[in-house]
Design a protein around this ligand. Structure first.
Ligand SMILES: *Cc1c(COP(=O)(O)O)cnc(C)c1O
Length: 396
């Protein structure tokens, strides 16, 4: 219940044995024909759940960080007037993203050579969603400064607080100015599978590109990530490259040669980690898993609200819950230090593994309820333990 690492479905973990023994490289079709065909099935299964039509396409790659970079590389190539692949970056391009977004978006922008000014941070509102009412002013300001905004990234959800940005509103803004709309759904894009919670990602099917990690909320072993594009052809834009010894007709959209689209050349057989789950349990398992974990977070939040020693940072919208131990007569820095010490002491005791996060200058304890076997009783026990260690800390 600490970091966003899921317990893998057993059959998916076992599929690792198969892929390690076969050891198919998957750069081009002849290196991993079976896994490549399976990848196509997996991608179209996920695309269908998103609501994308048959023009969509995508591929699997190693991690949300790499997938976000790849999506933004495609955006950069397609949104620029020049062919960046051939000419290099001649414009001052920028990406708008919530100040609460995952740090890998910053990494991607720096790697692309756009500098610090290439990331325009949009402040969050009091619900910790990107404040979309500020997009217009930030956009106009950037324009005045000679920047060309190429994309807006929505977090689904952001990592620290687990809050989903309003994708419909971001999409409307992107349409207005013809910007690329990317959704970082590494953690919770898989909410598309939940009948109960898919409302959280309303508008996701308007996105030009979407990242979903299997190893976060789809119970695959790490690392397994899907990168999807609304227009399948856009998935070839990031690496507009010719490698004659690998493929003959470079201009063709060759879905079966995955290295044309992914940064990776040799690539692990990720598709069977998804496929083994889909084949054995059906996609219904994702619906059940996500719904259960998100429900559990809400019940845990109720428990925290009822408890007179704890304060909730915000109502959880995913399975991430941020809260803190609270004493009325303590100052902010004392409370921050106390909660930091609580987490350290808990880790030292070795029974619970939770993390901490800073939101608007306050230090919170943070749980990601990843394990489908976590019960409310475990969470009651966690709160009891926190009260115990707090007494130990205060009494010293
Ligand atoms: C985990 C996460 C990432 C990074 O994904 P990796 O698979 O760890 O590289 C990116 N964005 C968000 C919102 C995440 O939660």
């Amino acid at each position: 219940m600490g970091h966003q690492v899921c317990p893998p479905v057993p059959v998916s973990a076992l599929s690792g044995l198969l892929s390690s023994i076969l050891n198919n490289g998957m750069a081009i079709y002849e290196m991993g024909s079976g896994a490549t065909a399976i990848e196509k099935i997996v991608i179209s299964t996920i695309a269908k759940s998103i609501g994308y039509d048959e023009n969509s396409d995508g591929f699997l790659t190693s991690g949300g960080t790499l997938a976000n970079l790849t999506a933004l590389l495609a955006a950069r190539q397609l949104m620029s007037e020049k062919n960046i692949w051939e000419n290099g970056v001649k414009e001052k391009l920028a990406v708008m993203v919530s100040e609460e977004a995952h740090y890998c978006i910053d990494k991607a922008v720096q790697i692309m050579g756009l500098g610090l000014e290439g990331v325009i941070k949009i402040p969050v509102n009091d619900k910790f969603e990107m404040d979309t009412s500020l997009l217009e002013t930030h956009y106009q300001k950037a324009k005045k400064e000679g920047l060309k905004v190429m994309a807006v990234v929505g977090s689904a959800p952001s990592t620290s607080t687990g809050v989903y940005d309003r994708l419909t509103q971001i999409s409307a803004f992107c349409k207005k100015y013809g910007l690329w709309f990317h959704v970082d759904g590494a953690h919770g894009g898989a909410a598309v599978f939940s009948d109960k919670y898919k409302f959280l990602v309303k508008g996701i099917l308007e996105a030009d590109s979407i990242v979903i990690d299997g190893h976060k909320m789809m119970m695959t072993p790490a690392i397994t990530t899907a990168l999807l594009f609304k227009k399948g052809n856009d998935s070839y834009a990031a690496f507009n490259q010719k490698a004659q010894y690998l493929w003959g007709k470079s201009a063709d959209a060759e879905w079966y040669n995955v290295a044309k689209r992914s940064l990776e050349c040799t690539k692990s057989m990720m598709s069977i980690r998804f496929y083994s789950i889909i084949k054995t349990h059906g996609i219904e398992i994702f619906n059940q898993y996500i719904t259960r974990q998100y429900d559990l977070a809400r019940t845990f939040a109720d428990l925290i609200i009822e408890h007179n020693k704890f304060e909730l940072a915000l109502e959880p919208s995913s399975n991430i819950v941020c809260f803190r131990y609270y004493l009325e007569d303590m100052k902010l820095n004392e409370l921050n230090e106390l909660n930091h010490n609580i987490r350290t002491r808990l880790l030292e005791k070795g029974e619970f593994y939770i993390v901490e996060t800073n939101v608007k200058e306050k230090t919170y304890l943070r749980t990601s309820l990843m394990n489908p076997f976590t019960q409310l009783s475990h969470l009651e026990e966690l709160l009891n333990r926190i009260c115990q260690v707090t007494e130990e800390i205060i009494s010293v």
